[in-house]
Design a protein around this ligand. Structure first.
Ligand code: FAD
Length: 336
């Protein structure tokens, strides 16, 4: 396997930042990955595992080894009357995996259609969209430990999934290379259509199944989100804050238009995009970076911007949301 030096990452991060990796390798099998992790030359430098680079913000050149996994196999490993179990390599493009499942009428991930990135990254932030999080379909995650290359298997419970969160962003951050994800999908899926105007959009398709759910979601996403091929971005930059119900009620009394989503009896989620918009940021530009004109949660690189430019803008947004609403916005993105 070739190891590149000073490798350009511009085409490998969806913000399109012009940064380099000191070393870069793209292992396409487990043996090659094992050899790379055991190689004494690269043990002493920081290591970063990446997939599609659609949830990464590089502040500067990466002074270590970027591991860009290419494990691309996907196999059915079990089946019974109601479910199928698939094991997919970390390098499989996420939306190709969804398309494969939908084509076979295996349900569970269709609401996650159109999310950029790879299968290997999907458990890291427990990707979610349109009322579904990937954790509902994940049975287990297989990985190699970065420090010694030893295999480790995470059961669903061990993944400690949360809202845009998992053990891979916490205790195991930068300590495991996810090599495969095992999914259990349903042969007779119940559609999840409660999110936003999805139910309404599906009324145009009487007897709709997961194929129509996928089509509606792909169409909606194309309308709402900038395509990184046209405008550098990494999707939602901030998480939606979850507040104690009493605080959310107080806020709602002051701002009756505030949309709120109950999490349980105690907690309420509110849209970060609404808070950002109320602070006047939507469509604002700061040099070569800015806040997207129609989706305030998305920060964009118009070309030639840097990770630090975006971070500076993000900090200014966080400060004004704190000042106006006394709410701390946390970032969803991984800052390198
Ligand atoms: C236009 C757009 C829309 C988006 N919409 C959504 C959305 O609706 N919902 C949502 O949840 N996300 C969304 N995202 C964010 C992003 O697509 C997801 O977070 C995706 O899972 C990132 O995958 P990736 O392969 O690009 O990961 P990368 O950006 O390459 O990496 C993300 C993180 O995962 C780690 N990682 C990646 N692969 C591995 C591995 N094999 N083993 C261990 N760690 C690994 C990296 O080190 C990094 O910390 C969107 C992004 C864009 C650009």
């Amino acid at each position: 396997m070739q190891i590149h030096r000073n490798y350009p990452l511009r085409a490998h991060n969806t913000f399109g930042f012009d940064v380099k990796a000191l070393y870069y390798a793209a292992p396409s099998c487990l043996e090659a990955l094992g050899e790379l992790l055991a190689h004494p030359s690269y043990n002493a430098v920081p290591r970063l595992v990446m997939g599609g680079g659609s949830n990464l913000l590089f502040r500067k050149d990466f002074p270590g080894l970027v591991i860009h996994l290419q494990l691309r196999e996907c196999a059915k490993i079990a089946e019974d009357e109601t479910t199928v179990t698939l094991r997919a390599g970390a390098g499989v493009v996420w939306d190709d995996f969804v398309a494969h499942c939908v084509a076979h009428r295996w349900g569970g991930v269709e609401n996650l259609s159109g999310i950029p990135g790879t299968v290997g990254a999907s458990p890291v932030q427990n990707i979610g969209a349109y009322g579904v999080e990937v954790e509902t379909a994940i049975k287990q995650v297989e990985a190699l430990r970065i420090d010694d290359g030893q295999p480790v298997v995470f059961t669903h419970e061990a993944c400690r999934f949360g809202y845009r969160d998992s053990v891979f962003k916490q205790a195991w951050k930068n300590k495991a290379v996810i090599t495969h994800v095992v999914f259990e999908l349903s042969k007779s899926p119940a559609l999840v259509t409660h999110y936003g105007s999805m139910g309404e959009a599906l009324e145009a398709f009487p007897g709709a199944g997961i194929e129509q759910v996928r089509q509606v979601i792909l169409h909606t996403r194309r309308q709402k989100l900038p395509d990184p091929a046209d405008l550098g971005n990494a999707g939602s930059f901030f998480k939606n804050p979850t507040l104690p119900k009493a605080q959310a009620d107080e806020l709602r009394a002051a701002y009756p238009q505030l949309p709120t989503y109950p999490v349980d009896d105690q907690l309420t989620k509110i849209p970060a995009a609404w808070l950002i918009e109320q602070c006047g940021w939507k469509g604002k530009r700061a040099g070569q970076v800015g806040v997207h004109t129609t989706q305030a949660l998305v920060l964009v690189n118009y070309g030639g911007g840097t990770g630090n430019d975006v971070l500076q803008l993000a900090h200014a947004i966080q400060q004004s949301v704190r000042d106006k609403f006394n709410i701390q916005l946390d970032t969803e993105i991984n800052i390198v």
